[in-house]
Design a protein around this ligand. Structure first.
Ligand code: PLP
Length: 430
C-alpha cells in the first residue's frame, strides 16, 4: 500500500532512499509497521542529533502545544521566540549577536544573502564547488551539483560566483597533498578578484565548514582560514552555513569553532529543533540590525512549538557535547577498521561524529562506485540499518548517527553495515 500511494499521489521528483515504512522512532532506532528494528545512521539527513523523540524535547513540545500553537512574531511577542533568539545569539562566540528565526535551511540562506547584500550594498555571493545550500530558486542557484538539484529548472538567480573548493581526495588542481590543494584553491580565489568578480561587488562568501550533501568533504584548514583572511581584507562578509554541521554534529556546537575563523553570520537549520521545522540566521549585531524595520520575517518563522522544541534541544546538545567528541574519535577508529578491510572503500573521512565512506571501483583509479552504494543502501535495509548517500558522484555513504548514541549501539550498527558491505561484495563477485 505505501508504494501504491507514493506512486499514485506523490510526484516522482520526491526521491526515496530506504524502502521502509516508519511507524515509530526511539533514540537511535526506528521501527517499521511489522515491528522490525533499524539502527538509524541517517538521522533524517542529520536532523535528529539527539535521536528520535528526545524526552525533554517531546515534553517541551507538549507543554507549548497546551498553551498556543501559533502567534506570528510580527503580531505579538511570545517567550519561546525571544528566549530562543537569546540562546542562539549567546551561542555566537565572535561578538554581540542577534538572531532571526525562520523555517527551513534554504530560508535561512535566503535571508543570510538578503542581509549581506543589504549591509554591504553589493550583489555578489561567492560560493564553492560541491556546495549545497537548498532547493529554492536562490539557494538552488548557490548549490553546485546539477543533477538532480538544478538540471532542467533553468534561469538561475543572478549575482552568484562559484569558485573551486579543495576536495583533497580528488583535487581538481591535481595535488595529492591536502595543504597544497588548499593553497592552490586559495590562489585561484585571489585570481578570481581579477576575472570573476570585483571584491567591492562581493557581499559575502558562503561556505559550509564541512561540505555536506556534496560528499562530507573536510577542507584543509589553510583554505578555510585563508578564505576568512581574504574576506576580512576586503570587508566581504563570511557566512558559515552550519545547516548540516551545526548543533554538535562535528563534536563542537558550531563546526567553525574548529577553525581559526570569525564568521559574520551563521545559518542553522536541520537539528536545531530535533525534527520540527525551524531555522535561523545568527550574526553580528550591527549587520543583523542594518536592515530596515519590516525587511525581515515571515508568517511562521520561529513558530512557538518549534521554538520550544529548539530551546530544549539547544540545552540538551550542550549536555552531550562531551560524549559527541568521544563518539567522533570512536567512530573514526571503527570506520578506519572498515577502510583497512575493504578495498572498495576509497577513503574514510570526517570531522568528529560527522563521517563518511567513499566507495570506488579501484583504489588506484578512484573510479566512483555509485552502483555499489545504491545496492549497499538496499542491503542495509535488509540488515536493519538505515544508510544515506552523498557526493557529486553519489558514491559516498555518510555515517551520521545521533551524537548521543551509545558506543555499543554504534558498534551494532557498524556490524550491520559491515555485513551489508560483505553481502554486496559477494553478490558482485558471484
Ligand atoms: C549545508 C546546507 N545548507 C542548506 C540546506 C537546506 O536546508 P533545507 O533542506 O532545510 O532547506 C541543507 C540541506 O541539506 C544543507 O545541508
Amino acid at each position: 500500500m505505501p508504494h501504491e500511494y507514493r506512486e499514485k499521489y506523490v510526484p516522482r521528483g520526491v526521491y526515496l532512499t530506504c524502502n521502509v515504512l516508519i511507524e515509530r522512532g526511539e533514540g537511535p532506532f526506528v521501527y517499521d509497521s511489522s515491528g522490525r528494528e533499524y539502527i538509524d545512521f541517517t538521522t533524517g539527513i542529520a536532523v535528529l542529533n539527539l535521536g528520535h523523540r528526545p524526552p525533554k524535547v517531546v515534553e517541551a513540545i507538549k507543554g507549548q502545544a497546551d498553551k498556543f500553537l501559533h502567534q506570528c512574531i510580527h503580531v505579538a511577542d511570545y517567550m519561546p521566540y525571544l528566549e530562543l533568539a537569546k540562546r542562539l545569539s549567546e551561542s555566537f562566540l565572535w561578538g554581540e549577536a542577534k538572531t532571526l528565526l525562520l523555517n527551513s535551511g534554504a530560508e535561512a540562506l535566503e535571508n543570510a544573502v538578503k542581509i549581506s547584500r543589504y549591509y554591504r550594498k553589493a550583489p555578489g555571493i561567492i560560493v564553492f564547488d560541491y556546495a549545497f545550500h537548498g532547493r529554492t530558486l536562490l539557494t538552488m542557484s548557490m548549490t553546485s551539483k546539477f543533477r538532480p538539484y538544478k538540471y532542467g529548472f533553468y534561469a538561475y538567480a543572478p549575482g552568484i560566483v562559484r569558485l573551486p573548493y579543495p576536495y583533497p581526495y580528488r583535487c581538481v588542481f591535481g595535488s595529492s597533498s591536502p595543504e597544497e590543494c588548499g593553497e592552490l584553491a586559495l590562489e585561484f580565489f585571489e585570481h578570481a578578484f581579477k576575472t570573476y568578480i570585483d571584491p567591492d561587488e562581493a557581499a559575502a562568501v558562503v561556505l559550509e565548514p564541512v561540505i555536506g550533501e556534496g560528499g562530507y568533504i573536510v577542507p584543509p584548514k589553510n583554505f578555510v582560514e585563508g578564505v576568512a583572511k581574504i574576506t576580512r581584507e576586503y570587508g566581504i562578509l563570511y557566512v558559515s552555513d552550519e545547516v548540516q554541521t551545526g548543533m554538535g554534529r562535528t563534536g563542537t556546537f558550531w563546526a567553525i569553532e574548529q577553525f581559526n575563523v570569525e564568521p559574520d553570520l551563521i545559518t542553522v537549520g536541520k537539528a536545531v529543533a530535533s525534527g520540527l521545522p525551524l531555522s535561523a540566521v545568527i550574526g553580528r549585531k550591527d549587520i543583523m540590525d542594518s536592515v530596515h524595520e519590516g525587511g525581515l520575517g515571515g508568517t511562521f518563522g520561529g513558530n512557538p512549538v518549534s521554538a520550544a522544541a529548539a530551546l530544549a534541544t539547544v540545552e540538551e546538545i550542550r549536555n552531550v557535547l562531551g560524549h559527541a567528541k568521544k563518539l567522533g574519535e570512536y567512530m573514526e577508529k571503527r570506520l578506519d577498521e572498515l577502510y583497512d578491510k575493504y578495498d572498495v572503500i576509497g577513503e574514510h573521512r570526517g570531522l568528529g561524529p560527522m563521517r563518511a565512506l567513499e566507495f570506488v571501483k579501484d583504489r588506484r583509479s578512484k573510479e566512483p562506485y555509485k552502483k555499489f552504494v545504491g545496492e549497499l543502501i538496499r542491503e542495509g535495509v535488509r540488515n536493519g540499518i538505515l544508510l544515506l548517500s552523498a557526493g557529486i558522484y553519489g558514491n559516498v555513504i555518510r555515517v551520521v548517527p545521533p551524537i548521543n548514541i551509545e558506543f555499543e549501539v554504534f558498534d551494532e550498527g557498524v556490524e550491520r553495515l559491515e555485513r551489508s558491505i560483505k553481502n554486496v561484495l559477494q553478490a558482485v563477485v558471484s
